[in-house]
Write a protein that binds this ligand. Sequence first.
Ligand SMILES: Cc1ncc(COP(=O)(O)O)c(C=O)c1O
Length: 480
Amino acid sequence: MQPAPTKKSETHQPETPLVDALKTYDRLDRRRFHVPAHAGHCLYEDATVWGQPFRYDLTELDGLDVLSEPDGAISEAQQRMASLFGVAHSFMLINGASVGLMAAMLCVAQPGAKVLIPRNAHRAVLSGLIVCGAQPVWFLPSHLPDWDLWGPVTVAQVAAQLQQHPDATVLFLTSPTYEGLGSDIPAIAGLCKAHGVALVVDEAHGSLWPLSDQLPASACHSGADVVIHSLHKSGGSLTQSALAHLPQGSCVDPTLFQQALNTLQSTSPSYLLMSSLDAACGFLGSTAGQVRIEWLLAQVQAVRRTLQTSLSHLRLYQPSGAAAQFWDPCKFYLSHPLETGEDWGARVEEAHQLAYESAKPGGVLYLANLGLTEADFEAFKTIILAEDEALRGAECPTSPLRGESVDSAEICLPQMALSPREAFFRKGHKVPIASALNRIAKETVVHCPPGIPVLMPGERIQKAHLPLLPEAGVWVVAEP
Ligand SMILES: Cc1ncc(COP(=O)(O)O)c(C=O)c1O
């Protein structure tokens, strides 16, 4: 029997802390220089679905296809995506770029296989290692100490790794980095091919790269075997929706990739997420979408030019030389001479409702995205110029402010005591930070964003890790 409907007079206001938090944030009416790239606006012309989420929150019914074995609307949408991105196969992801990276790991790395990974990899790459049982060979990408930023992985570094580890079977690269610095993927892919090594490129932050001649060449067109795009970060789809691509000539069998995804993804895929990918790709491939991308790049260039010529005290990151060829100009990374990025970013956000993407000791990252308006860019420029002007006459140190940073080179190369998978399955217990030195980590310690692990299962805890561990202590492998 159906329960009797509750009378209106008897109802209590439901307690919905998360809904309330969302409403509070929305009421702040901040300029959203952060992900997701729609900045709170629907970019697509047909807003019907997005205005009525419950009505369109359907499941794998007749006519709506099946994500794990697509042969209808989902398959057609994926083929259109592949054609938009110029690849052989595209797959919709409903657990972000993360699940794409894990699926890629399952396809290219057997248990025990040696996988070359620069230390600035996202935690999802590590999750892939735990799932498949491969053995990471870590190395450091270049580092920009003045900015406290990871730089590109150079061709020479890859060549050295391939020579040192002739038995490695895969290279996982993040390009561009969270702050927009890309590596020379065409040259690196050439090296990988010559050594018979598969190349997976985490292009999570470069979803627009294949779609404009003004942006660097995408890994989709540069010889990579798998490319992952976090479309929600820069392409305007809903948070958690992303794409995996197998470019032309990929060494990965599409049936195997589908199997890997089916192993990791939900059997109840959200049609809202999937249709937001469909709509975003439809938009990005349309004339309106192309115009919007070019408009965004023009706004970015104009603001950047002004800041470059006008700033006297604040510093704006701008690559030079070869690095400029593989760089995403939509990332504004700024540093303040007297305040840490965390303090400065928060103060400006509070004072001017200018929301940033992330902050760390060395600077603040603002992400220029498709959903912003001309007024947003104007306000951004004005606020940053005023912040610079406020420093006039101040005594500023010549060297940048530094602090404990998650992605600094001081977090030295991991000393692996166990494989990530072995450590994950060992018995463990929590220890206070004071007793953590030299113990083997059992947990992943990660500060998000950017999601680059400070510490991973199997790694020996070193002195440089200590200031970055959770105050409550860290989970370590039990000693025999
Ligand atoms: C470089 C990089 N790769 C992968 C991811 C994971 O993407 P998603 O959040 O879509 O799972 C992130 C997220 O921040 C990232 O920065």
